[in-house]
Design a protein around this ligand. Structure first.
Ligand SMILES: *[C@@H]1O[C@H](CO)[C@@H](O)[C@H](O)[C@H]1NC(C)=O
Ligand SMILES: *[C@@H]1O[C@H](CO)[C@@H](O)[C@H](O)[C@H]1NC(C)=O
Ligand SMILES: *[C@@H]1O[C@H](CO)[C@@H](O)[C@H](O)[C@H]1NC(C)=O
Ligand SMILES: *[C@@H]1O[C@H](CO)[C@@H](O)[C@H](O)[C@H]1NC(C)=O
Ligand SMILES: *[C@@H]1O[C@H](CO)[C@@H](O)[C@H](O)[C@H]1NC(C)=O
Ligand SMILES: *[C@@H]1O[C@H](CO)[C@@H](O)[C@H](O)[C@H]1NC(C)=O
Ligand SMILES: *[C@@H]1O[C@H](CO)[C@@H](O)[C@H](O)[C@H]1NC(C)=O
Ligand SMILES: *[C@@H]1O[C@H](CO)[C@@H](O)[C@H](O)[C@H]1NC(C)=O
Length: 337
């Protein structure tokens, strides 16, 4: 009888109730109604609860079918099951997914070596510098799936005991072009974005020009290097002083500024942090914010890379007077100092 009552509404029951002992029957009906009510409430709560925390949790639950103890609902915690190896004793350590979104010559190479100095971070480099991998969105998503499932191998991969896995992605490597699908992927998969930008876009421009020159000139014993590990190498590269086309300069600076602004706009709905190269240079403790963002155990991080351009800005270009005049009175004037 209890089952019947649960699925009938109260009015129907009252009509069917015999008139012999109305009080007892009414009490019974009331009791069942209460039990049913509580039961329905519990089911509802169970369904609603995770959704308030994370919209896309349902997808995560499917992946979460291994034998790890239940670790709460968190869209940003993952338990990948790589196809190429087993995670051994770290199988139940949660893994965070991240992507360093940056532009060329903004210190991202150095920043990545710092992150990779953490025992539990695998940042796999600029994987989308290879055109084939970003030829279309399905190729991009397939590549990311492989990275985040820990099946991507580079010298930076820590495999079993990675607590954070990711890679470095330049804005002009398909990221802006396919931003809608990528934002959707980041939100669905729980990928956190680390924006790494350079405040002084003039310094960045000088670095771009110098690096581009070295591609052909190969100043270091006939090899082109974008990053160096000794003061001597840094000095050799810094000896080259580019000449800046003052006419193009403002246009280029505006373009770079617009691109970063647009990237932040596109990705504002994903979990992200914005880091400036200059801030990390001036205060290494900034890396603590990044480690907290990735919920990593705190480590002191070191890189063997050496900065190339350390001289005052006016010594780094051939035509400083043109540059100074060109920027005087513009919104980029502060870059001169
Ligand atoms: C971090 O850097 C230090 C100093 O260069 C080095 O001794 C250590 O092995 C590095 N750790 C990792 C995990 O790369
Ligand atoms: C994407 O590119 C890959 C590799 O070139 C190709 O095999 C695949 O068919 C392409 N997919 C779409 C949807 O164009
Ligand atoms: C970090 O890696 C070490 C082994 O190198 C492992 O013992 C530890 O559990 C890892 N920590 C996290 C948070 O995954
Ligand atoms: C270039 O090669 C010479 C001879 O092998 C070596 O002594 C010198 O240190 C090298 N210079 C750099 C910048 O690597
Ligand atoms: C600067 O660039 C513009 C456009 O490419 C070019 O017309 C001009 O000749 C360049 N000026 C110098 C000084 O190289
Ligand atoms: C360095 O960065 C840390 C972390 O963001 C911050 O707490 C600290 O105040 C900064 N120190 C200075 C001197 O700015
Ligand atoms: C900037 O331009 C103004 C006049 O337009 C001039 O008085 C000033 O000295 C210039 N500043 C610099 C740093 O060249
Ligand atoms: C960069 O672009 C933003 C948005 O368009 C603008 O508000 C800002 O003033 C620009 N920065 C500079 C230095 O021009």
């Amino acid at each position: 009888m209890s089952e019947e009552i649960c699925f009938l509404n109260k009015d129907t029951l009252v009509i069917k109730t015999p008139k012999k002992s109305p009080l007892i029957l009414r009490m019974v009906v009331l009791l069942f109604a209460m039990v049913c009510g509580v039961y329905i409430c519990l089911i509802c709560l169970k369904q609603i609860k995770p959704h308030t925390k994370a919209k896309f949790l349902s997808i995560k639950v499917i992946e979460h079918q291994n034998s790890c103890p239940f670790s709460g609902h968190d869209l940003y915690m993952h338990y990948p099951q790589p196809q190429t190896f087993t995670r051994e004793e770290c199988g139940c350590n949660p893994v965070r997914y991240f992507a360093i979104l940056s532009m060329q010559r903004s210190g991202s190479g150095w920043f990545e070596t710092l992150l990779n100095n953490h025992t539990n971070v695998s940042s796999n480099g600029e994987i989308f510098s290879v055109k084939e991998r970003r030829i279309n969105i399905s190729s991009i998503l397939k590549t990311m799936d492989k990275v985040y499932n820990l099946d991507w191998f580079t010298s930076a991969s820590k495999n079993e005991c990675s607590a954070a896995v990711g890679f470095k992605w330049m804005l002009n490597q398909g990221l802006m072009e396919h931003h809608e699908e990528i934002v959707e992927y980041f939100k669905k998969k729980g990928v956190s974005a680390i924006f790494l930008f350079r405040r002084n876009l003039l310094r960045r421009m000088i670095s771009v020009l110098a690096n581009s020159y070295d591609k052909d000139a190969k100043l270091l014993n006939g090899t082109h290097k974008s990053h160096v590990h000794s003061p001597l190498e840094a000095q050799i590269l810094a000896n080259y002083k580019p000449k800046i086309n003052a006419t193009l300069m403002i246009k280029e600076l505006n373009k770079a500024n617009e691109t970063t602004t647009r990237a932040l706009e596109y990705f504002k709905s994903t979990r992200h942090i914005v880091v400036y190269y200059e801030d990390v240079i001036n205060n290494r403790t900034k890396l603590k914010d990044v480690q907290e963002f990735l919920r990593l155990p705190y480590r002191e991080l070191k890189s063997r890379q050496v900065r190339i351009h350390t001289a005052p800005l006016w010594e780094q270009v051939q035509n400083w007077a043109d540059v100074k005049d060109g920027l005087n009175g513009t919104s980029f004037e502060t870059f001169l100092h």
